[in-house]
Design a protein around this ligand. Sequence first.
Ligand SMILES: NC(=O)N[C@@H](CC(=O)O)C(=O)O
Ligand SMILES: [Zn+2]
Ligand SMILES: [Zn+2]
Length: 349
Amino acid sequence: MSNIATPDSITIIRPDDWHLHLRDGATMASVLPHSARQFGRAIVMPNLKPPVTTVAAAEAYRGRILAALPDGMKFEPLMTLYLTNNTEPDEIRRAVDSGFVHAVKLYPAGATTNSDAGVTDLRNCYKVLEVMQELDLPFLVHGEVTDPEVDVFDREAVFIERVMRPLRKDLPELKVVFEHITTRQAAEYVAEAEGPIAATITAHHLLYNRNEIFKGGIRPHYYCLPILKREEHRLALMTAATSGDERFFLGTDSAPHAQGAKEHACGCAGCYTALHAMELYTEAFERAGALDKLEAFASLNGPSFYGMEPNADTITLRREQWTLPATLPLGELEVVPLNSGETINWKMV
Ligand SMILES: NC(=O)N[C@@H](CC(=O)O)C(=O)O
Ligand SMILES: [Zn+2]
Ligand SMILES: [Zn+2]
């Protein structure tokens, strides 16, 4: 921990969110201003129902997002395609030509919310991945095996051995983002691997370990996938995020679900953090005495990986306590944000 007195405000280049769920329709329209207030751009996840599997669908979705953006707000949605067993190499060429599709997303079938249409075996997709490698289109990976024999807390670490290493051995020049990493194994793998690889890290995986899910009872709003892990893993993620290593950057994985779908006998995975994401990241970096590393992680490393310029403006967070609302009406959903009813220490100006 640094002994230097921490500041009462921090100004950084406007960050981007490299992993975001906006959903669609009225919910998307209500969620969007939360993200647009904090972030200049976001990689928009394609796990809609039905999933965004074509450039035409991504173009229509992008149009709906831009149409929903309130007047006077600036925000660039960076679109992605949902990879299926049947994605055609030509779709990848169209994606690159489009200029607005910036990545392709892997959902192993059954791994997470709206992953039913996902890939059952990555070997079905090698023709597509070869074209992505050739054309430099990033491959974003939900990195968990779906084998029910594997303990849910081990699914990310096992994925590295069973899927990630063989994939990157076969396609060493493919640009890969290991999304929302949650383990020491993933942080170490990304830090040490050769070739073009990076990882996004959520605010909640930096702040919490798995005890948070069970504090005083079962707390479904802390349930997301990959699930929160032990403290040793949280510490490894903090080390990675604050290391200054360009391979690690911000991705909130903010994912709105209806209150009733989370407070349920079989509750959905996903935490809603779009409202207060930068406040949470600032808190995490401050606790590590690493506020000076926040800008690289939040605003510089992501654009550098994607070959973009950083944003031209800045944001400021002030040390100021405020309490998260119990629920947020977000279009057709009533959403309980992460930290609902709790007081946090930073506030975006
Ligand atoms: N992270 C989650 O727990 N949920 C995400 C899906 C995902 O990113 O895996 C969602 O779409 O709700
Ligand atoms: Zn995921
Ligand atoms: Zn996600």
